[in-house]
Design a protein around this ligand. Structure first.
Ligand SMILES: NC(=O)c1ccc[n+]([C@@H]2O[C@H](COP(=O)([O-])OP(=O)(O)OC[C@H]3O[C@@H](n4cnc5c(N)ncnc54)[C@H](OP(=O)(O)O)[C@@H]3O)[C@@H](O)[C@H]2O)c1
Length: 397
């Protein structure tokens, strides 16, 4: 039987790359489910091409248009000898049910933000293979998600290129032999900038990433280094390594995707072109390696690779990540939610670039950290932080 894959967020940057990867992998892999939020035009094209068993539209206002776009297509009316009926679902809540279906073996989480937490948790509780691109749920609820996966036999597979690299490098030794994890990051478009330089940053500048083509939220996170901050917490939970053993190294070429130093001094790295197809593919085919669509690395064309320390005084997100990880409980939910809310405001032109981190710090300073052992408590902390951002914005307007 082919491996049945559900892609949550199939119309995004990761989702679109994942479909290319799966198509190239051939008949051993099958797209069984897709979801999109508003981009029903692209979702309808994907349904016609990949013929999943179901598709979900999470924005309630977009469902009718999706039906209309599929009207008359063979897949929609179930005629023309389709083997299974095709079903359309609506609403984010439905994703929780859909990931548990028997036709789903692997769930690729590629929606953006905390909204992916309930479905990721449901997939882990149903014992599915979970290919995680959507890092925010792991940041917010790392303990809950990893424990649920362990208890229900769900395998967590990183899609983030850095974590995929660490995951691969860790195969060179045992957990007790790990000295340090070195997460690399390009440094984003403002590498080397001073705090004063950042005061002038525009939305367009923040959306110009030097090496990766990604969705808008993660691109802004890469510019503030919040993405790297979230990745430190993500690595902590995924690999069970204390944050003190996780360091960040700026590497502008984005070729060395991350490294693991072992106790004997050996450093094992994974290298590749800056293209998400390879880590997506590895998450799907693990533990096997097969040929695929990822571009080949030609080191002789790159010539030199550079590494430097990040600047924690200008890019405050990084030191905050370590504080948040040490605080534990609901702190990471607040850290993430405040950032999500602030980035959304920045993208709609209501906030300056430097205010993103100011708002995150504002929320963290005011938050009484709670244990964060239940999903309800984590979601409450998330909602509280978003409300704090809204209130602060109302005060400043
Ligand atoms: N892009 C990368 O290279 C990359 C690398 C590593 C990790 N990641 C992580 O992967 C995740 C996706 O990133 P991306 O760059 O692919 O984002 P993206 O291009 O913005 O795509 C986001 C996807 O999520 C859907 N979506 C948006 N809002 C939603 C909501 N409220 N409920 C349900 N679905 C929603 C979108 O649907 P519509 O298109 O219909 O709006 C789209 O399919 C993020 O967590 C990011 O941090 C991305």
């Amino acid at each position: 039987m082919p491996q049945g894959i559900a892609i949550l967020g199939s119309t995004g940057s990761i989702g679109r790359n994942a479909l290319r990867v799966i198509e190239a992998l051939g008949p051993e892999y099958r797209v069984v489910g897709l979801s999109a939020h508003r981009n029903v035009e692209l979702l309808a094209q994907q349904v016609r091409r990949y013929r999943p068993c179901w598709a979900a539209v999470t924005h309630p206002g977009a469902v009718a248009e999706f039906h209309a776009r599929l009207e008359g297509s063979a897949r929609h009316d179930g005629k023309s000898g389709d083997r299974e009926p095709f079903a359309i679902f609506s609403g984010t809540d439905r994703l929780v049910e859909l990931v548990q279906r028997d036709d789903v073996d692997t769930v690729l989480t590629a929606v953006v933000g905390a909204v992916g937490l309930p479905s990721a948790l449901a997939a882990a509780a149903a014992g599915k293979r979970l290919a995680i691109a959507n890092k925010e749920p792991l940041v917010i609820a790392g303990q809950l998600l990893t424990r649920t996966a362990r208890e229900h036999g769900s395998v967590l597979l990183p899609v983030d290129s850095e974590h995929s690299a660490v995951f691969q490098a860790l195969r060179s030794g045992s957990a007790g032999e790990v000295q340090r994890i070195l997460l690399t990051g390009s440094g984003g478009p403002f590498r080397g900038a001073s705090r004063a330089d950042l005061e002038q940053v525009t939305r367009e500048q923040a959306l110009q990433h030097p090496t990766w083509r990604m969705g808008p939220k993660i691109t802004v996170d890469s510019a503030t280094l919040m993405n790297k901050a979230l990745e430190v917490i993500e690595a902590h939970w995924l690999f069970g390594v204390p944050v003190e053993k996780i360091e960040v190294l700026i590497h502008p070429e984005s070729i060395v995707h991350s490294l693991v130093e072992f106790v004997d001094g050996s450093v094992v790295a994974q290298l590749g072109a800056p293209d998400m197809c390879l880590p997506i593919q590895y998450a799907l085919t693990h533990p096997r390696r097969v040929a695929g669509v990822a571009p080949r690395l030609r080191l002789e064309e790159i010539g030199a690779l550079h590494f430097e320390r990040p600047d924690p005084r200008t890019f405050r997100a990084l030191p905050l990540a370590y504080e948040v990880a040490r605080a534990g409980g609901t702190a990471a939910a607040v850290f993430n939610a405040a950032n999500e809310a602030a980035v959304a405001e920045f993208l709609t032109g209501h906030l300056r670039f430097v205010q993103i981190l100011e708002l995150v710090e504002h929320c963290l300073d005011r938050h009484p950290v709670r244990s964060g052992t239940s999903l309800e408590e984590l979601l409450e902390a998330d909602a509280w932080a978003r409300e704090q951002v809204r209130q602060k914005l109302r005060q400043t307007v």
